[in-house]
Design a binder for this molecule. Structure first.
Ligand code: DX5
Length: 219
């Protein structure tokens, strides 16, 4: 089983709130997820690559593109937005790309890991052929678009099947993650846990991260 990683997420926030957030999670989170929404693939919009200019952290970024057919130029916009940041991976949705090989191939050609995200109702068969090319698979545990939604338990069998197929793959879950659902997802086989509300809204963010890590490590 690959290493457990705890990944706070941001969609957007005013400058002062972001600054405090980065201070709180520095040295504690394994990655920072930037959620990008285009108002086409999902019914919500976020500040796009511009948000990266307002990020100051040593934590590697996990960029989650909830975006219809992201072009090379669009992806480059994120890679070049802020040279002080380290981008670990860029993740694109199987439902949003006509031929996801193009996006995956391009992201990898830029020496960045490529993730494939799948929505709760999307079956594993849609990604089986390209699984070997993915550095990570993000199994959404809510319908993408908004933070603060309820974790969908019905995604767990898909995670179990994926873990059986790929014992060493980074399997990420995102949506409704808290210390209870993180344990449920970990039992199914997930090892990368993204949380927005649970960490961002916590009084003590370091403790929230610690609780998630403990819950995900319990067996
Ligand atoms: C997608 C969501 C998630 C977010 C989860 O719709 O925007 O990407 O990271 O937020 P929480 O943790 O609040 O469910």
């Amino acid at each position: 089983m690959p290493k457990i990683k705890i990944v706070p997420a941001i969609l957007s926030a005013p400058e002062e709130k972001l600054k405090k957030f980065f201070e709180d999670i520095e040295g504690k989170a394994d990655m920072l997820q930037v959620d990008v929404m285009d108002n086409r693939f999902v019914p919500n919009i976020t500040p796009q690559a511009e948000l990266l200019k307002r990020i100051s952290t040593n934590i590697p970024l996990d960029i989650h593109l909830m975006v219809q057919e992201p072009s090379k130029e669009y992806i480059v916009g994120f890679i070049s937005a802020n040279p002080n940041l380290k981008i670990n991976n860029i993740t694109v949705h199987i439902e949003a790309c006509k031929d996801i090989n193009r996006q995956i191939g391009f992201i990898k050609s830029m020496n960045i890991k490529a993730g494939i995200a799948i929505n709760p109702k999307t079956g594993l068969e849609t990604i089986k052929k390209i699984l070997d090319k993915a550095d990570m698979v993000l199994c959404m545990t809510v319908e993408p678009g908004f933070s603060g939604q309820k974790f969908i338990m019905g995604v767990m069998p898909k995670i179990k099947e994926l873990r059986k197929l790929k014992p060493e793959l980074d399997i990420e879950v995102d949506g409704g993650i808290n210390h209870e659902t993180a344990k449920i997802a970990a039992d199914a086989g997930a090892n990368v846990f993204v949380a927005n509300s649970y960490i961002f809204n916590a009084g003590d963010r370091a403790t929230a991260i610690k609780r998630l890590r403990q819950a995900a490590s319990e067996k």
